[in-house]
Write a protein that binds this ligand. Sequence first.
Ligand code: AMP
Length: 125
Amino acid sequence: MAIDPTLPYEESNIFAKILRGEIPCNKVFEDDHVLAFRDIAPQAPTHILVIPKGPYVSWDDFSARASEAEIAAFVRAVGAIAREAGLVEPGYRLLANTGGHGGQEVPHLHVHIFGGRPLGPMLAR
Ligand code: AMP
């Protein structure tokens, strides 16, 4: 079920558990502010999730409350991970589902990086 991005951060969400080391992930990148790992149910040959380490529900929450350092680290990490995955030349897609209409399921901000094949239309018709 899609989540309400205006609700307070919920420490029991699955990505919070990954950040605390309570459940494993297939890590591809980590620095002081950012963790990235492979999606457990990939929808493209390359499907990576990039998350801030701080407790932010959504893009809305992150853009309003995160520090300049967190925002810079996150944006740079998304670019660096896509570059490192070899996606720049063939092209790729970023997606950040937010709230009900966005279909967000996990209430911790994440950017999906999709690549590895032509990705089709931007939205399902
Ligand atoms: P969203 O609908 O944007 O909230 O996407 C949530 C994504 O998290 C989905 O693509 C799931 O496959 C992915 N996901 C859920 N649990 C895990 C997990 N434990 N490890 C990696 N990816 C996960």
